[in-house]
Design a protein around this ligand. Structure first.
Ligand code: NAP
Length: 395
């Protein structure tokens, strides 16, 4: 049972390795990224450097990924590098016969990945894609809700985060700053009345109630892959995705967008040519790495998700709501961002043990058994609560 983790130096990749080793009990792991020095630093900070093999591997180099799959006899690949690498890595896995999982394809790439289904089915290999917190846990919660309903009218997803710091400074982005800026600059697509419908960036303003300490929060549409797949796979009429970040974080990201930090075109800065996005990414990667060096001693930051599945059961209206809450875990030196790293680790482990083996390319809602998955999350202090509302007639 051998796993190859790509992007293992990243905010999510490092925790995915940690979960594979400490919680899934996988003994053979290759942890890699474009710079081995970054992997060594990340693994060292999490005290995993003696437990895994570390190497330099660029996920864009499909031939090298395939060579590594073959030479290391890899059974499953967990792709935690940026999503632009997904298609190339899948190609290497298909040729090398390794199962595949990743953290999501940000709508368009996700659909291109699903289009590869037949090839994977013919090869007899499983790829379960979009396995983070969102997409990932959110898709699986949607599947759990849909299972309890006869017909599904809507699945509405809200993602939020925050911290309890006394100074209300902006929180640290819970995931790649590159993806955050993609979300703030690309038109969203929602699943409305059984069809994809383009929406304004940050349109669809709505107030929702999240668990404490968030309470009521305003949330907005952004582009995400849940509406790309869940409507079709769960036969839901409507699927929407909104973020409800704390106002100071929303303002920070809007300011970065207004200043042009999402721009990939190189700029002359003090004689160096660098794009604002690459520069911002490098600063973010430095911050992630520094954060792992000095683990916090208490719980102070959290991620929260709310998934409302509404429909009919025996002809009556019924709603199934999931609240998923994760605080940072000081004991294991794992931030709340582990909620994105744990799902691909669990699924990769299940692929290696053939618990997930359906040949083809699937989104998480199609292959992952919700209740068993939620129990695994519970072992990592990622808490899932289910609230069911039913109706009754007295006439
Ligand atoms: N589904 C979800 O819930 C969810 C949540 C968060 C993030 N994500 C997605 O997951 C991806 C990673 O997020 P993150 O927050 O971990 O980002 P991150 O901290 O920036 O980490 C990405 C890591 O990938 C490595 N990398 C980049 N390009 C690579 C390549 N070509 N080959 C190998 N390694 C490469 C980088 O390390 P080196 O510089 O050392 O190569 C970096 O450390 C993003 O696409 C993000 O959108 C999904």
């Amino acid at each position: 049972m051998k796993a190859l983790v790509l992007g293992a130096s990243g905010q999510i990749g490092a925790y995915a390795v940690q979960d594979l080793v400490e919680m899934c009990g996988v003994k053979d792991i290759v942890a890699s990224s474009r710079k081995v020095v970054n992997v060594k630093k990340a693994m060292g900070d999490l005290k995993l450097d003696k437990k895994v093999k570390m190497m330099e591997l660029d996920a864009r180099d499909t031939d090298m990924v395939l060579k590594t799959i073959r030479s290391e006899k890899v059974d499953a690949v967990v792709n935690c590098a940026w999503y632009q690498t997904n298609l190339g890595v899948m190609d290497a896995c298909l040729k090398g016969g390794a199962a595949y999982t990743d953290l999501g394809g940000f709508f368009d790439t996700c659909l291109k990945q699903i289009d590869l289904h037949k090839k994977w089915e013919d090869a007899g290999i499983n790829a379960t894609i979009g396995l983070g917190s969102t997409p990932g846990m959110t898709n699986i919660a949607g599947a759990a809700g849909a299972k309890k309903l006869d017909t599904v009218d809507s699945i509405d997803i809200v993602c939020s985060w925050g911290n309890t710091l006394p100074v209300k400074e902006a929180g640290w982005p819970g995931y790649s700053i590159r993806t955050v800026l993609d979300e703030f600059t690309q038109q969203s697509v929602q699943w409305v009345n059984g069809k994809y419908e383009k929406q304004q960036i940050l349109g669809g303003e709505k107030e929702v109630v999240m668990p404490d300490p968030i309470g009521k929060i305003k949330c907005y549409f952004i582009k995400h892959s849940e509406p790309a797949t869940m409507g079709k796979y769960l036969k839901a009429k409507n699927v929407t995705f909104r973020i409800g970040f704390p106002p100071q974080d929303m303002n920070t990201f809007l300011t970065l967008r207004a200043l042009g930090f999402a721009d990939e075109k190189p700029l002359d800065a003090g004689g160096c040519k660098v794009s604002p996005l690459d520069y911002l990414t490098a600063m973010y990667q430095r911050g992630v790495s520094q954060g792992r060096e000095t683990p916090p001693k208490e719980e102070f930051e959290y991620d929260m998700f709310r998934i409302d599945c509404a429909g009919k059961k025996a002809g009556m209206p019924m709603t199934v709501t999931y609240y998923i809450v994760t605080w940072n875990d000081p004991k294991r030196n794992a931030s709340s961002a582990r909620d994105t790293a744990v799902p691909p680790a669990i699924v990769s482990h299940w692929q290696m043990t053939k618990r997930i083996k359906a040949p083809g390319v699937f989104p998480a809602e199609a292959t992952v058994e919700p209740e068993a998955f939620f129990k695994e999350l519970g072992k990592r202090k990622i808490k899932v609560d289910e609230v069911v509302t039913t109706a009754q007639k007295f006439y």
